[in-house]
Design a protein around this ligand. Structure first.
Ligand code: IMP
Length: 450
C-alpha cells in the first residue's frame, strides 16, 4: 500500500498563550506549508528573531520563511482592518506576498458591527462576562452557524455592499436592544465610522491576496508530497465543545478543528505536537484550579511577562495542572509534547504541580469543564526547583537534573514524551532532545520534496 502523506498539527494544550508561534517558526524550515485553521485576531502569536519582535494575529507563523506557503483556512474568521495592519508590519514586497500568503474564500468576515455586538454582549453579562478579547469572534462565528454571515468570496458579488449593510443594520438593532449605542465604542482608538472606512480599505488589500479553497489546496499539496503543518490558535481548554464552557472561545481549537477548518480528513492527520507552558496562565474569566495568588502569581507574571499580546491585559498565572494536561493530550491525540517558558521557573525554590483535585474530601481526576464548583481544590506535589539560569545548557541533556526530573514526572503522568524545551523567546533558545521522535519525523519530512 502506498503511504499517505499526512499533515502534522501543532496546537496549545492549555488556555492559549503557550508560545505556539515561536515553535511553528522554529519548525517551519521543515515544512512547505503552514495553515491556520480556526480563530481569528483574538490570537497573538509572538515571534522573536534577530532582536526584533513580531506579533501575528491572523497570518500564519511561517510567513517569515521564504519559500513557505502560508494558508488562512476556511475555519478562520477574518478582520480586514487587522489583517491590513499585519501586512503593514510584515512589509513584504507584493510579489513575495503573492507567493507566500493564501486565503480561503470560505473564511467568514468579522464586520465592524460584530465587534460592537461583542462589546454589547459582554456588557450585558456584567459580572458573568467571558473576558472576551472583543475582536468580534463570538458574533462572527454566531452568524456563520446561523447561516447569516458573509464570507470572503461574497465580496465578489455585486450585492455585497447591500448584504453588508443589511447585516450591519441587524447588528446595530440588536446592540440597541441590549442598551448599547454606537458612540459608546471606540475600536482600536477609532470611532465606528472611522473604523468602518479603514475596514473597507483593508478589505481591498485582503481581496488582492491569492484566493483558494483550502480543502482542495491542502489535499492537492499533500498529494504532491508537500509537508503541511496546521497551526492552532488559543488552546484546548478554550475549545467551544471541550473547554470550560461558557468561558471559552467560539471555535474548535483541538486537532479535530484542523480537519474542519482546512478540509483535511482525519486519516490525513500525522503527528500532533502539543505545546504547553511549564506553568499555567489564563486570560479572561473561568475556572483555573491552580491559579496562584500574591507573590507567587506576581513572580510568574513578571518573570514570564504574562500580559496579553492582543489585549495587553495581565494574565492570571498559576501552577502546571497535570489532570488538565492529560485531558488535553487525550482529546487531541497528542503524539509529542513541547514545553515552553521553562526559564520563567528558574528562580523558584519549589515547583508545585497539580496531580488531582479535591472536592469536599473526594479526589477528582478530571478538570472542571464547565463553570465548575468553586470549592474544587488542587492537590499539589512539590518538587525542588533548579534555581539557576539555563543559558549554559547547549543541549536538552545538559539541562539541570531538577528540571529533567520535572520533565520525567510530566511524561509519567500524561504518557507522551516531551521532545522540545523552549528556554526563552528567541528561535535559538530551543532544545530538542537527542533521539526524540520529533527529530525522526523531521528527518523523514526533510527528504527531498516532490
Ligand atoms: P474571544 O475568543 O475573544 O471571544 O475570547 C473568549 C475567551 O478566550 C476569553 O477568555 C479570552 O481571553 C480567551 N482567548 C481568546 N483568544 C485567546 C488567545 O489567543 N490566547 C489566550 N486566550 C484567548
Amino acid at each position: 500500500m502506498v503511504e499517505v502523506n499526512k499533515a502534522d498539527v501543532l496546537l496549545g494544550l492549555q488556555w492559549g498563550d503557550e508560545g505556539k508561534g515561536k515553535i511553528v517558526d522554529v519548525l517551519t524550515p521543515h515544512y512547505k506549508m503552514v495553515a491556520r485553521f480556526q480563530g481569528g485576531p483574538n490570537a497573538g502569536h509572538t515571534l522573536v528573531f534577530e532582536g526584533k519582535k513580531y506579533i501575528l494575529h491572523t497570518i500564519p507563523s511561517g510567513i517569515f520563511h521564504r519559500g513557505c506557503v502560508n494558508l488562512v483556512g476556511n475555519g478562520v474568521v477574518l478582520d480586514p482592518f487587522i489583517i491590513n495592519n499585519e501586512l503593514d508590519q510584515l512589509n513584504l514586497p507584493l510579489d513575495v506576498l503573492k507567493e507566500s500568503l493564501f486565503v480561503c474564500g470560505k473564511a467568514h468576515l468579522i464586520l465592524p458591527s460584530h465587534r460592537l455586538l461583542d462589546a454589547a454582549f459582554e456588557k450585558k453579562k456584567g459580572k458573568g462576562k467571558i473576558g472576551s478579547t472583543l475582536k468580534g469572534i463570538g458574533p462572527a462565528y454566531t452568524d456563520k452557524v446561523a447561516r447569516t454571515g458573509l464570507r470572503l468570496a461574497d465580496t465578489a458579488s455585486v450585492t455585497f455592499r447591500e448584504k453588508y449593510n443589511a447585516l450591519k443594520e441587524e447588528h446595530l438593532r440588536l446592540a440597541g436592544d441590549l442598551g448599547y449605542a454606537l458612540d459608546e465604542l471606540t475600536l482600536d482608538g477609532l470611532s465606528f465610522p472611522e473604523y468602518e472606512d479603514a475596514w473597507f480599505q483593508g478589505l481591498e488589500r485582503l481581496k488582492a491576496l491569492p484566493r483558494v479553497q483550502s480543502e482542495v489546496f491542502v489535499n492537492e499539496a499533500l498529494d504532491k508530497g508537500a509537508r503541511v503543518l496546521a497551526e492552532g490558535a488559543q488552546g484546548t481548554l478554550l475549545d467551544i465543545d471541550f473547554g470550560s464552557y461558557p468561558y471559552v472561545t467560539s471555535s474548535n481549537t483541538i486537532t479535530a478543528g484542523a480537519c474542519i477548518g482546512l478540509g483535511v480528513a482525519p486519516t490525513r492527520i500525522g503527528e500532533v505536537f502539543g505545546v504547553f507552558k511549564a506553568y499555567c496562565t489564563r486570560v479572561g474569566s473561568g475556572p483555573f484550579p491552580t491559579e496562584a495568588v500574591d507573590e507567587e502569581a506576581t513572580h510568574l507574571r513578571e518573570q514570564g511577562n504574562e500580559y496579553g499580546s492582543t489585549t495587553g491585559r495581565p494574565r492570571r498565572c498559576g501552577w502546571l495542572d497535570l489532570p488538565a494536561l492529560r485531558y488535553a493530550v487525550m482529546i487531541n491525540g497528542a503524539t509529542r509534547l513541547i514545553m515552553t517558558k521553562v526559564d520563567v521557573l528558574n528562580r523558584m525554590e519549589t515547583i508545585k504541580v497539580c496531580v488531582a483535585y479535591d472536592l469536599n474530601g473526594e479526589t477528582q481526576t478530571l478538570p472542571p469543564l464547565s463553570s465548575g464548583p468553586d470549592n474544587l481544590r488542587p492537590v499539589y506535589r512539590e518538587l525542588p526547583g533548579w534555581q539557576c539560569s539555563l543559558e549554559n545548557a547547549e543541549t536538552f541533556e545538559q539541562l539541570p537534573q531538577a528540571l529533567l526530573n520535572y520533565v520525567a514526572m510530566i511524561e509519567d503522568f500524561v504518557n507522551v514524551p516531551v521532545d522540545i524545551i523552549s528556554t526563552g523567546p528567541d528561535r535559538q533558545q530551543t532544545l530538542i532532545r537527542k533521539g526524540a521522535g520529533i527529530l525522526k519525523r523531521l528527518a523523514v519530512i526533510n527528504e527531498p520534496q516532490k
